[in-house]
Design a protein around this ligand. Sequence first.
Ligand code: DGY
Length: 336
Amino acid sequence: MTEAAGRPRVLVTRRIPDAGLERVLAATRADLWDDELPPPRDELLRRVAGVDGLLSLLTDQVDDELLDAAGPQLKVVSNFAVGFDNVDVPACTARGIPVGNTPGVLTETTADLAFALLMAVARRLTEGYDYVRADRWLTWGPMLLMGSDIHGGTLGIVGFGRIGREMAKRGSGFGMRILYHDVQRATAEDEAALRAEPAGLETLLAESDFISLHTNLSPETQHLLDAAAFRRMKRGAIVINTSRGPVIDHDALAEALRSGHLGGAGLDVTEPEPMRADHPLLSLPNCLVVPHIASASHATRARMAEMAADNLLAGVAGERLPTPVNPEVYDRPPAA
Ligand code: DGY
């Protein structure tokens, strides 16, 4: 047997930065789906058959069908993202398969983008840019493109995990009052350090000038912001989403923007993804949409690639993943 033949077989469903990919290619027999678009479902099911490890992206659905197609030798699913709503984690756990994600390394980068969206929508940057490009700038105007002040505003953060807390720091730096809502209350020390006040969701919606979503997608958070939630918000409030698209009901959002009740929205994530150019939200000047790029800095994507490689290589070696999302998988009795 050649040396290469003894290496584990893995499927990598898209080219990721070299910082992680090169190690994977060196240590495994890797099948790399090297295309700009994700593998079509039938291709994914075909290629996953017989692999020891899967390096997946949030565009791949990892479910029972895929796990069946892979076969019982599959030892690890390493997801190149901190979010893992594309992976049926209980199904993996039931089969004894650890699932890895990339927490921690994208926290600040994601909060930077969330705050950039907040600033861009509040101060109408894209509208201003379109105005100049359309050659409509004829003079200085006393009431031209007036927006909302960020300083002195109230920032409501829904989901006060790592990224939500980084968002709080950015808001505090701009002199904002910070409210947060989370199922778990932060410690008194963290609240003091971040100058953040806990609030029920209804209070947060009613009192915030800016509402930024940093929650996981789950059955509880699906369409958390619906028509009723938008009605509770202040007139002129601005909504920012860098979590997952389905946390917002997009029809209700479009209506709240169209009616003028909401001041604007900045979305890094949408439902569905990708959002097509003829989507009603894209016809609204106060809705800024970018294509799920919150973690897309060179340095952060390289660190995500390293972590995804670490999880994949540990898993195929039968070692504990550095960052498993289902650590309970290691408490299971070994198969008889
Ligand atoms: C994640 O990691 O979950 C982001 O959505 C993409 O970086």
